[in-house]
Ligand binder design. Structure first.
Ligand code: ZN
Length: 194
């Protein structure tokens, strides 16, 4: 750990959420995984776009509607292009749109695994203080205490007691903040050597 630094942690979740969908192949609810491919379909003057998911056991597909029965005028040209080419960044944003998925599935598996890129961005205000700023582009289900415990080599109970003693400050400060999901804009300030 460095002394008196401000570090930016960029969190990139590795695995997209998997909705549980009734699978015709398996005859039961199964988790489905995105194929990364979008299918566009023209129906007269109207367009549909689906993201194709596959059952993780039998590979039967499920078409997740992204938009349906829209006229060309109603679609942002950038969205149309992204859907047409299955542009990876755009597809990834859809895959992590958990609210969108909830419209189709009651149960959704989420995964906490993430890549964490750390970059020094300045010096902290106080000696011995480490400040961590979070950048989370795609919603991650990673809990703040799990992330900090794993990366800082501290137990979750130690983090909890540091937090109670005011040696670990988290902003914005909310109830049970250590148990919440890590989000962009969160900041952690930790006094070291305590
Ligand atoms: Zn299946």
């Amino acid at each position: 750990m460095c002394n008196s630094t401000v570090v930016r942690w960029t969190i990139t979740p590795r695995i997209a959420p998997r909705p549980w969908i009734a699978c015709g192949g398996c005859g039961t609810l199964k988790p489905f995984q995105s194929s990364g491919k979008v299918r566009l379909n023209a129906n007269g003057k109207r367009l549909d776009a689906w993201l194709i998911y596959k059952c993780i056991d039998c590979a039967r597909s499920w078409n997740r509607p992204l938009f349906e029965r829209r006229t060309l005028k109603e679609i942002d040209p950038k969205v149309l292009e992204a859907a047409h080419f299955s542009t990876p960044d755009w597809v990834r944003a859809q895959e992590f749109d958990i609210d969108g998925l909830r419209r189709h599935a009651q149960r959704i598996d989420e995964f906490g695994e993430a890549d964490i890129d750390k970059q020094d961005v300045g010096e902290a205000a106080l000696p011995g203080q480490i400040v961590i700023e979070f950048e989370v582009a795609l919603p991650s289900s990673l809990r703040l205490d799990r992330l900090l415990a794993g990366e800082l080599g501290l137990s979750r109970s130690k983090l909890q007691s540091l937090h109670e003693e005011g040696l670990l400050i988290i902003e914005p400060g909310r109830k049970e903040v250590l148990r919440r999901r890590v989000r962009s804009g969160m900041q952690v300030r930790l006094m070291q050597g305590g």
